[in-house]
Design a protein around this ligand. Sequence first.
Ligand SMILES: Cc1cc2nc3c(=O)[nH]c(=O)nc-3n(C[C@H](O)[C@H](O)[C@H](O)COP(=O)(O)O)c2cc1C
Length: 620
Amino acid sequence: MRKIKNFEDLEKLRKRIMNKRNSLKQTITICNGTGCHAYGCEKVTEAFKERAKEMNLDVDIRATGCHGFCERGPILVIQPDGVFYQRVKSEDVDEILSKTIKNKEIVEHLLYEDPLTKEKIIYDDKVPFYQKQKRIIFGNNGFIDPTKIEDYIAINGYEAFKKALQMMNQDEIIEEIKKSGLRGRGGAGFLTGKKWEICKKNSNGNTKYLICNCDEGDPGAYMDRSLLEGNPHSVIEGMLIGAYAIGAKEGFIYVRHEYPLAVKNATLAIAQAKKYGFLGESIMGTGFNFDIKIVRGAGAFVSGEETALISSIEGRIGEPRQRPPYPAIKGLWGKPTNINNVETWANVPFIIINGSNWYSKIGTETSKGTKIFSLVGKINNTGLVEVPMGITLQEIIYDIGGGIPGGKKFKAVQTGGPSGGCIPSELLNLPIDFEKLTEAGSMMGSGGMIVMDENTCMVDVAKYFMNFLRDESCGKCLSCREGTQRMWEILDKITEGKGTEEDLELLEELSEIVKDASMCGLGQTAPNPVLSTLRYFREEYQAHIIDKKCPAGVCKPLIRYYIDKDICVLQGHGCGVCQRNCPEEAISGEKKVAHEIDRLKCIKCGICMEVCKFDAVYIE
Ligand SMILES: Cc1cc2nc3c(=O)[nH]c(=O)nc-3n(C[C@H](O)[C@H](O)[C@H](O)COP(=O)(O)O)c2cc1C
C-alpha cells in the first residue's frame, strides 16, 4: 500500500481496488452489527468462511455493518442479486452455499414472510421494512466491511473530500452546507453550515478543534453507534471536509465506552486513513493537515451535552457550563470548537458530492434530508430506519415497523430520548420534522422512538423517564437536581395510589420552573415526558388519583388479579395451571372447580395471567 500523495493517486488506488473486484461475483454480506452479534452472527460468518473454502466455492464472504432490520437478525444478503435471508444460523450455512451460491436456488425457510399477506419475499428491496425507507446515510452499511478502507474507497469513499479540496474553497463548502439546510442530528437541530461559519469566522486563523459526538446516552437509541460501527470512514470523511472548511487541524471522536465495537472500528478506520494519507500531514499533497483521536466517555447521559463533553475531553468532570460563550467561540481548551453529531458528519460527504440542491429536495420546508430513527419497544419490526423527513408516524410504525405485536392497540410513541415527549395515537398522521414534533410536545432529539401499546401506563412511563433524568442530572442547578427529584416523588406517589389533584397542579408548576431555571438542555427538557403525558393522557392520571385505578393494569398497588369463574370452569375445566405456577401458593381450587386468588398472599406477579390459556385471569 502506497500513501496517497495527490488527487491522481486516489484515482489510481480506486481503479486498482475496482480492477481486483468483480461486481458480478456473488458476495454474501452478513450483518455484523451489535444487534446481530447478540444473535450469533460471528459464528455464522466464520462457518461461511470455513465451508466456502472447504467446498472450493468462488464467493466472497463479507462481514458488514448493521442492515437495520435487527428484529430478524442475523441478516444476510447475497449480492449482486439482493437475495435476503433472515434469522440465519450456522446450521443453514451448507444449505445456502450448496443451493443458492452453487445453483441460484432459493432456501425457502430463510425468507422473510410478510405477516399480513403470508407472501415469502426473496429480494431485500421488496421487504416491506425497507420499502418506505430512504437509506442514504445508512444504506452503505450493508455493503461494506467497516474494517476495510478499500471497501469504502470502492463505493466512492473520500471522493467528496477530494472534490472539496480540489474544487471548492472554505467559504464555498460552508455555503453549500448552509444551502442544503442540514440541521444537527444530535438534538437541537441547529443549522450545521451556520455553526461552521460562526466557528470559522470567530477563530481568526488560530487553533480550533472539531468534535464528533457519539455519546448517545438515550435509552433505546443506537443509531450513532451503528453508523460509527458500520461505516466509520463516512464519519471521518465528513469531519475532514468540516475541518478543511473551518480550518481545524485536530479532531476528536467522543464515544461512550459501552460501545466497544464502535471504538474498535473507528480506531481501526483512523489508523487506516492515516496509512493511506487521508489523515495526517499535507493530505493529498495540498498542505492541509488534520488528525483525529478517539476519546472514550464514561457513559453519563449528561456528558453528551456539548459543554460537558468538552469538559470531559479536557480531563475534567463531564458537567455542563453556562452558554454563551458557545463552543464555536470558546470550546476545547478555550479555543473555538465545532461539535457535531455522528449522523450530522455522515451527511456531509453526500451533500458535497451530490450538491445542496439535491439534498434540499429531500424532506420538508424546515427539515431537510433523511433521519435515522431507532424503532424499539412494542413494535413488530425492531430496528434502525432511515426515512425522509416529513414521513408520518403511521408510515414508520405500521408500514415500516409492521405494527404492534399480538394485534394490540398502538397507544403512544415516545420520541426524542428521555426528555422527549409521548405522542398519542390521534397524532399518527403527524408528518415528522423538527417543528412538528416540538409542536406536538415532544422533540426530534437524536432519533430514539419507543413504541407503546395499550398495556402501557402513561403515568408509569413519565415516572420511568423522570427516574432516569433525576439519576442523570449532574446536580449543578438546584432546579434540575431538586426539581426532577421532586417530580419523580410526585409521580411515584400517584402510581402508588396516594396522589391528589393538587399534585397535578404542582407537577405542572414544577415543570415550568425546571424548564426555565435550568442551565443546560437536560433540565430544560426534562419535564417533557410529564407535560406531554398530562396533555394527552390526563384522564389516566385522574384514574390513578380519583378512582385509585391503573387503567393499563401496570401500577401494582392499584391493581388486583381475578379469575373469571365461568370461564375457568366452562372453558378451562378448572385446569389448575395457574395454581401450579403461582410462586406464592395464593391460588386455591379443585379440578373442575373455579379457582380463586387469595388477595393477602398475591404478590401481583402476573404469572397466573400469563399461563392461563383460557383468558380467565383478568386485572381490575
Ligand atoms: C443532556 C444532553 C445530552 C446530549 N446528548 C447528546 C448525544 O449523545 N449526542 C449528540 O450528538 N448530541 C447530544 N446532545 C446535544 C449536544 O449538546 C450538541 O447539541 C450536539 O452534539 C451538536 O451536534 P449537532 O449540531 O450535529 O446536533 C445532548 C444534549 C443534552 C442537553
